[in-house]
Design a protein around this ligand. Structure first.
Ligand SMILES: [Zn+2]
Ligand SMILES: [Zn+2]
Length: 429
């Protein structure tokens, strides 16, 4: 489920606010109702949308403040405003400091409205209403941040900021906002190993993920019961996915994809942002049932590709050497040392097993490119006289020498009869 979707008005292209009223979603124009009725559409359908801070319009919004519906009486009329305020990081800083005057001064300066003007007075009233009337705020997850460059060293801090966000009072998108669930997730992530994919492996994943055939997610494919994976730079078709966490949930896993926040603010507010939000914001969530199938086009495709290439033993995993300061800080708080693992392409891929290689002495021309061989279920012989059969998952794997170019368009299907009991008994699976 995409957590970073935005709805905009097809008439004016403004990103709309969204609120639920008795189970019904109500869309409003930002700030005050427009002169036309809203025409809500998925913002991706519009060529360009206007998505700026509702108070200063100077920067992209980061927080959504919820208030009661604000109405301001002016001589002869009551102006109806909104109950949701998408606010940039600087304006939020003024709100959190309870400094309405600073907020108004900052916004009026941007609009070039002089103090003592009528506009300035209205702005000041509105800002006081927002400050006094605020009930809670939610992290906006569609914010288009410049991506961060993530290193293995950073992972303990990145994880700790994420768990603090999960345990904190700020709201997250509804599908990941249940308080009990947020606490459980944070507790699970506290103990989960963290995987940092090195640049070479990340490049490999990027090259092959879009053509990755459907893979069945099984316990042996998922590299640990829970975990957090981060790539140094974002991966996937939309170049947004910077990290993914997975934790056991019901009959499978809860998976959350995150985008990263790079150095986004050019002033002194960056440390505060790191403290409050950290590096990751959730952009996708999915309950992945055991044996679900996902191909490379899925938003979480790069995660599955990463797992497949690790499962195929193209990689090696080594513990990251963390700075003394990090491990000492964990000791001081009586926490077990953070478990950060670096995953990189293994130096000798010649030993790569080829689990789906057809049985028998068939001679083939050596391929001049790499390609995916699709996965399937194989009936494996076992038991007395090898008379019994049990299904075994053969995961998709990448075939061909590591230096060969990747053929992007073809997936080779393994030929063979997959019916129970007809597999040659020499086949060990
Ligand atoms: Zn409109
Ligand atoms: Zn602002």
């Amino acid at each position: 489920m995409n957590l970073a979707s935005r709805t905009a008005c097809a008439t004016c292209h403004l990103v709309l606010t969204e609120t639920t009223d008795e189970g019904r979603t109500v869309y409003r124009h930002p700030v005050a109702e427009g002169r036309h009725a809203v025409v809500p559409v998925d913002a991706r359908q519009l060529p360009d949308v206007f998505d700026r801070c509702h108070t200063c319009t100077g920067a992209p919004p980061v927080w959504n403040y919820h208030t009661g519906l604000i109405q301001i009486a002016a001589p002869g009329a009551v102006e109806v405003y909104n109950d949701q305020w998408h606010v940039c990081y600087r304006c939020a800083h003024h709100i959190e400091s309870d400094d309405a005057d600073a907020l108004t001064a900052h916004c009026a300066a941007r609009m070039q409205w002089p103090p003592h003007s009528d506009e300035y007075a209205i702005l000041r009233t509105l800002h006081r209403c927002i400050l006094l009337g605020r009930e809670n705020r939610a992290l906006l997850t569609a914010t288009d941040w410049p991506p961060a460059r993530i290193t293995a060293d950073m992972l303990p801090k990145i994880r700790d900021r994420l768990t603090r966000l999960l345990r904190g009072p700020d709201h997250l998108p509804a599908p990941v906002n249940d308080p009990g669930h947020r606490r459980t997730l944070a507790d699970q992530l506290d103990l989960a190993p963290m995987y940092w994919i090195n640049q070479e492996f990340t490049d490999r994943i990027d090259d092959v993920t879009t053509t990755q055939p459907a893979a069945t997610v099984t316990d042996d494919l998922v590299i640990s019961p829970a975990g957090l994976i981060a790539w140094p730079t974002p991966v996937g078709a939309t170049r947004q996915l910077a990290a993914v966490s997975w934790t056991p949930h019901l009959d499978g896993w809860q998976i959350i994809g995150y985008c990263s926040i790079g150095t986004a603010l050019d002033d002194g507010l960056m440390p505060a942002l790191r403290h409050e939000i950290g590096w990751l914001t959730p952009i996708h969530t999915e309950h992945l049932a055991r044996r679900a199938t996902l191909d490379g086009h899925h938003p979480l495709g790069p995660l599955i590709t990463t797992w497949l290439l690790i499962h195929q033993q193209l990689t090696e995993t080594v513990p990251a050497k963390l700075p003394k300061g990090t491990t000492k800080a964990y000791q001081r708080h009586r926490r077990p040392a953070p478990d950060v693992r670096i995953v990189r392409i293994a130096p000798r891929p010649a030993t790569t097993p080829e689990p789906s290689a057809p049985a028998g002495p068939r001679i083939r021309a050596k391929p001049d490119h790499r390609f995916w061989v699709s996965g399937h279920e194989r009936q494996q012989a076992y038991g007395p006289g090898r008379s019994l059969r049990r299904p075994v998952d053969i995961h998709p794997f990448l075939k061909g020498d590591k230096d060969l170019p990747i053929k992007l368009s073809t997936t080779v299907r393994v030929l063979g009869d997959r019916t129970a009991g007809t597999e040659p008994p020499t086949d060990q699976g």
